[in-house]
Every structure is written in C-alpha cells, then in structure tokens.
Design a protein around this ligand. Structure first.
Ligand code: OAD
Length: 243
C-alpha cells in the first residue's frame, strides 16, 4: 500500500465484513474453520431453519452473543482507525457493516448501519419490537414490550430475508466518491454488489482484504493484508475537503 497518492474525498462509504473482526477473536464465515464449515446455513441462518428447530438456532446465536460479551473480545486497531477517521473527516461518511457484533460502536463509530442486524438485540415476531438483549434467548423468553412468551428471535437478517437500511445505503452509494470494502469475501449479495453501484457513481473503489475477494475485479485498487495494519495506513492518506 506504500506509495499511494493522497486523494481528496468528500463522500465516503465504507463496507465492512467479518474479516475486520477476525483479529478481535470473532470467527469469520468462509475461512478455514469459519462458522459455515461447522454449521449448515440452511439450519441456523434461514427462517425455515428457525421454524424447524428454534432451539438449535437460539443456541447458535446464544453462543455467539456470549462470546461477543466475553472480556477477551475487544475492538482492534482497524475498528479504532475507522472511528477516528469518521471523527476527523470533514465530508460525509457512512459505515455499512455486514457484521452483527458491536465492535464498531465500541470503537466509537457513529454513522453506522448494521445491514444484517445485531447480535445484541432481539426481535419480537408478535409485536415487531426490537429490544436490546444481552442474555441468552430461551424458547419461552417473554417479549419485554408485549409480554408474549416464545415470540423472540435474534435480530439477525437470515438468508431469504431483506437486509436493513437498503434505501439509505443505495442513496449514499449513488453519491459517494470513495468506496472502501474491508474484510469481506464478496460472496453475499446485495453487499457484494455495492462496488458496482459505487463505480457507476464514478467513485474510487478500494478493496482491503486478507485475500482477493470474489468481487475483486470490480475494484480500481486492491490491497491484501491484515485489517489491523492496512486500515490505519489507508485512512491516513485520504485527504479531507479543506484539509
Ligand atoms: P466471510 O467469512 O465470507 O469473509 C471474510 C473475509 O475476511 C475473507 O475474504 C477473509 O480473507 C477476510 N479476512 C479474514 N481475516 C482478515 C483480517 N485479519 N484482515 C482482513 N481480512 C481478513 O465474511 P463476510 O464476507 O462478512 O451473513 O460474510 C458476509 C455474510 O455472510 C455475513 O454477514 C453473514 C454470512 O453468511 C449472514 O449471516 C446474513
């Protein structure tokens, strides 16, 4: 990444995936030993799987929630560099994450959208309330709003469901002049297609990932390495309006 020219950006959209949280101790999905190596997506990440075996699905997300809350899991220098960049950037900034952990928030990011939901929230299938949730969700846990028991599910977007904030994300992509994709394998749409939207808007498109992603050929620039090393370096060279 050395030798990059400083380039001015006024509207920046960043997309993150599981790779940015890997160095914080959270398993990715498709790497060796990733979550999808030991669990079938159909079983734990679809509405049909939940209908078939809610206990299995709740257990899967209960384990992940408990792990996220363990003291060993903390934001790493990549999360922190993004939060610092947002604080000092004088243009418009939107951080879109596919991650359901809260490490971006803990690092201090504000203008952040969790397009695949959040592990630390539960959703009531009866009254549609979305509530903060840190404990296990038990099969008969009552909804804190409508008090119906057995209606809570993880606030996670499963395969076959509509990701969140899509209108706002597409609006930002249509106007951005810099799009940076970090730590995502480019296998899951619609996120994997954001680079094409940004390209159509004339944005500079940059991929920062451990390896070339499936969407690699759509990017103007692509750098391979650890997020904790590349993210602080990359954002240090983005020039702000008026800076
Ligand atoms: P993946 O597990 O598919 O991809 C993670 C990417 O991060 C891989 O390309 C790795 O090479 C890269 N990576 C791993 N460690 C890294 C590091 N230290 N620094 C930089 N890159 C690193 O995860 P996602 O692309 O986020 O959806 O997966 C997208 C969606 O698929 C997830 O949100 C989830 C999953 O099914 C749902 O559950 C709805």
């Amino acid at each position: 990444m050395s030798g990059q020219k400083r380039q001015l950006s006024k509207r920046c959209v960043v997309l993150t995936g599981a790779g940015i949280s890997a160095e914080s101790g959270i398993q990715t999905f498709r790497d060796q030993n990733g979550l999808w190596e030991n669990h079938r997506i159909e079983d734990v990440a679809t509405p049909e799987g939940f209908a078939r075996d809610p206990q299995l699905v709740q257990h899967f997300y209960n384990l992940r929630r408990a792990q996220l809350l363990s003291p060993a899991v903390q934001p790493n220098p990549a999360h922190i560099a993004l939060a610092e960049f947002e604080k000092t950037f004088r243009g418009e900034f939107l951080l879109v994450t596919q991650n359901v952990d809260d490490l971006h928030e803990r690092a201090g990011s504000h203008n952040l959208r969790h397009m695949h939901g959040e592990l630390l929230k539960a959703r009531c299938t009866h009254c549609s309330s979305i509530v903060p949730w840190q404990a296990d969700i038990e099969l008969l846990s009552p909804c804190p709003r409508c008090h119906r028991s057995g209606s809570l599910r993880p606030h996670i977007v499963w395969f076959g469901e509509m990701p969140l904030y899509m209108q706002e994300i597409y609006d930002a992509l249509r106007q951005c002049d810099l799009f940076v994709s970090i730590g995502t394998s480019g296998h899951v749409y619609p996120a994997a297609g954001f680079v094409e939207q940004a390209r159509a808007a004339g944005a500079r498109t940059v991929e920062l990932n451990l390896e070339r992603s499936a969407a690699n050929s759509f990017f103007d620039e692509s750098y391979q390495g650890l997020a904790s090393v590349m993210i602080p370096q990359f954002f240090a060279q983005v020039q702000h309006p008026g800076a």
